[in-house]
Design a protein around this ligand. Structure first.
Ligand SMILES: Nc1ncnc2c1ncn2[C@@H]1O[C@H](COP(=O)(O)OP(=O)(O)O)[C@@H](O)[C@H]1O
Ligand SMILES: [Mg+2]
Length: 316
């Protein structure tokens, strides 16, 4: 095989991967491929099997059955070969709180046996990237969550891995820091790093080149955001804004002709079947009759979040 074809191989290829804990199946025969150099989003609510999957892909947890090839290596047989070439930012950020910024970076450089010259240049890059220049000697525990998140990213990439696993990296981080963090991930992807990112924030799906949705251990949708929207959305969505969000939501949930209603950001989304005679104007009239005179109604294209809410409700 030539180098050129070797690079066409997916960064991760998973077939029938399964993990059980006692009689509970946490990951249930999942299949997917992660192309190289892309941001792959692994989305799902809490408890759906995201961390368990990452632990199998990073060679720290043995699957019950199935196969996972990571960077062309069978990760079950050769976890060590894979581990040298990947970075992993765990859900808890894996930083030492009572070490300084610099000490954390030195620790991770040591884990990967980085030569001193290499460490010096990577340290400089990471400090700049994480906006931590001048804070090298601060204790990690004194940094805000946003700084710790960026430091953890720096620590996980100190050895310039080809593939980076990030387990809910933006969990508990404010929206501004989340955006800044995604910019750092784009930057890594633009330099050819493959990113496998889990999140339970559905709005982050839009940041990814490809996605897989996992729910109760099974993948229920996979593809690019546009493909997923096209393949899985057979319903129409109305966006409703009103000052009386809670009572309007209750009314919509019970309204005939409305399949589903839920909060979406600051507004409400109501899902109706494709063939429904409802229009924005008629739904608005019904809402006004029901006492929501200020309600504004607009038919909108489904977001990834809409698709996911629908997929989950169909599974139930
Ligand atoms: N070591 C374990 N022993 C028993 N159950 C576990 C273990 N690890 C995870 N689980 C269960 O497996 C399911 C999936 O967990 P996890 O992969 O952590 O989900 P997620 O990361 O999507 O929140 C959960 O129900 C969790 O309680
Ligand atoms: Mg998890």
């Amino acid at each position: 095989m030539t180098d050129a074809t070797a690079h066409q191989e997916p960064a991760i290829s998973v077939r029938g991967l399964t993990k059980t804990f006692g009689d509970f199946t946490a990951v249930d025969g999942i299949d997917f491929d992660v192309p190289r150099g892309q941001i792959f989003g692994f989305l799902g609510p809490n408890g759906s099997g995201k961390t368990t999957t990452i632990r199998m892909l990073t060679g720290t947890l043995r699957p019950k059955s199935g196969r996972a090839d990571v960077l062309g290596e069978d990760v079950v047989r050769h976890p060590d070969r894979v581990q040298r070439r990947i970075g992993y930012m765990s859900q808890k950020f894996s930083l030492f709180e009572d070490m300084t910024v610099d000490e954390n970076l030195k620790f991770y450089a040591g884990v990967y046996d980085l030569p001193p010259e290499k460490f010096a240049s990577q340290r400089e890059y990471v400090l700049k990237m994480a906006d931590l220049v001048g804070r090298e000697n601060e204790l990690t525990r004194n940094l805000s969550v946003g700084w710790r998140q960026r430091l953890a990213l720096g620590a996980a990439t100190i050895h310039e891995p080809e593939l980076l696993f990030l387990d809910e990296p933006t969990s508990g981080v404010d929206p501004v820091a989340r955006r800044q963090f995604w910019d750092l991930l784009y930057d890594l992807a633009s330099r050819g790093v493959t990113l496998f990112v889990t999140t339970h924030y559905m709005d982050e799906a839009a940041h990814c080149n490809r996605l897989a949705f996992i729910y109760r251990g099974r993948i229920i949708a996979e593809g690019s955001p546009a493909e997923i929207r096209a393949d899985h959305m057979e319903q129409r969505i109305f966006d409703i804004t009103t000052r009386s969000t809670d009572p309007a939501l209750q009314w919509l949930e019970a309204a005939p002709g409305v399949d589903e209603a839920y909060l979406s950001g600051a507004s409400l989304h109501a899902v109706v079947p494709t063939g429904s005679p409802l229009t924005g104007a008629s739904l608005r009239a019904r809402l006004a009759e029901a006492g929501f005179a200020d309600a504004e109604v607009e038919e909108v294209d489904p977001t990834i979040e809409d698709v996911f809410v629908n997929l989950v409700s169909r599974q139930r």
